[in-house]
Design a protein around this ligand. Structure first.
Ligand SMILES: [Zn+2]
Length: 76
């Protein structure tokens, strides 16, 4: 059983990394126009996954991310 533990730890770490990149977005509201986001529209940035309400907002933000600050969802 001893050999099983490192393997489990490794897979947990790998899963954690994968979730960080493809996991839920950090925001609930579109940073561009404040509408509810749809998670299919998202960009992975250094702030995490940023989600948008539509592809137009996604493109707008991508061109000028500094102009539209992302408000992270409040964790409960
Ligand atoms: Zn939007």
């Amino acid at each position: 059983m001893k050999t099983l533990i490192p393997a489990l730890l490794l897979s947990a770490l790998t899963l954690g990394t994968a979730l960080a990149k493809s996991g839920p977005p950090v925001n609930d509201l579109c940073p561009v126009d404040g509408k509810a986001v749809r998670i299919i529209y998202r960009i992975f940035s250094e702030r995490g996954n940023v989600a948008f309400c539509c592809t137009e907002c996604m493109e707008t933000w991508r061109k000028n991310p500094g102009r539209y600050p992302v408000k992270p969802r409040i964790e409960k």
